[in-house]
Design a protein around this ligand. Structure first.
Ligand code: OFO
Length: 168
């Protein structure tokens, strides 16, 4: 059985994962409006990843006899100044999510909840990848410095991303 404190914290985390989904969909819409459909594709795949993250938490609460409680999702930012600013914000957002995962792990450790610890390790590893992929794009955009040819190449590369659901 999951503790009330852990249940509440995971419910709050489900909200953050779904907000991430919503934020990245809003970022995809902005990128599509600029004609950067490859970068928009990257964000649309990220939307699917975030839903996967939320549902994995959902299943965990359910399997441990807890109750999922969904709350309001705040509206995401609509406009950005550039693709560069957008990916920098995405990186910052992932750093915030990593901090939230670490806080969940702190609760699991303080409650000696071994099942939650084992479950959360997956997210700890996943966040390393989440931050790394945003960081890589930020660095590439810095190198390109807004130049047309580089932007086109990166956009084509990001068009290749597909969603591969991780094995549970
Ligand atoms: Fe769910 O990792 Fe991104 O936000």
């Amino acid at each position: 059985m999951i503790s009330q404190k852990m249940q509440d914290a995971i419910n709050a985390m489900i909200n953050k994962e779904i907000y991430s989904e919503y934020l990245y969909l809003s970022m995809a819409a902005y990128l599509d409006s600029l004609g950067l459909s490859g970068m928009a594709n990257f964000m649309k795949v990220q939307v699917q990843e975030e839903r996967f993250h939320a549902m994995k938490f959902y299943d965990f609460v359910n399997e441990r006899g807890g109750r999922i409680v969904l709350t309001d999702i705040k509206a995401p930012q609509v406009d950005f100044n550039s693709a560069m600013e957008l990916f920098e914000m995405a990186l910052k957002h992932e750093e915030f999510v990593t901090k939230s995962i670490n806080e969940l792990m702190d609760i699991a450790l303080s409650e000696n909840d071994h099942a939650a610890k084992s479950f959360l390790f997956w997210y700890v590893d996943e966040q390393v990848e989440e931050e790394a992929s945003m960081d890589q794009i930020v660095n590439q955009l810095k190198m390109i410095d807004g130049k047309g040819h580089g932007m086109l190449m990166l956009d084509r590369e990001l068009a290749q991303r597909t969603f591969n659901p991780p094995v549970k």
